[in-house]
Design a protein around this ligand. Sequence first.
Ligand code: C2G
Length: 136
Amino acid sequence: MREGKRRILTYGTFDLLHVGHVRLLQRAAALGDELIVGVSTDDFNSIKGKSAQYPYQDRAEIVAALTCVDEVIAEENWEQKADDIRRLDIDALVMGSDWEDDERFAHLCDLCELVFLPRTEGISTTSIKDDLSKGA
Ligand code: C2G
């Protein structure tokens, strides 16, 4: 905790922001006093095998505009999380449940709490893109 404030961290691409993202961020924010969000850069998205519709600057600006978000940092690689947790004095790392079994997160429980929240079913950036391309 920093100055007695419980600090929450989460990461994501947050492309074409939708209710699944917003509900994740709101629930994460509700677990503490401050929410810091690592938004994946365009280069890191390439590493993740994702290509976002919006460039990093726009995605970061949109996430930063949410009232439940206190700070946005760039997520540039898989390896930065431990350093981010220490540097930002994080109390809990919060992710959607699709990350629960990912070994890239398991070791982080030595540094802070790990919380995995149920995903919002029935919506994803990919499904939005597919619907739009089909003229749905
Ligand atoms: N999410 C959700 N419900 C959805 C869609 C997404 O709860 N219907 C959550 C995801 O579980 C994730 C967050 O919203 O915790 C952001 O999702 P994405 O933008 O798809 O991010 P992702 O590709 O999962 O990147 O290092 C971690 C990665 O950067 C996470």
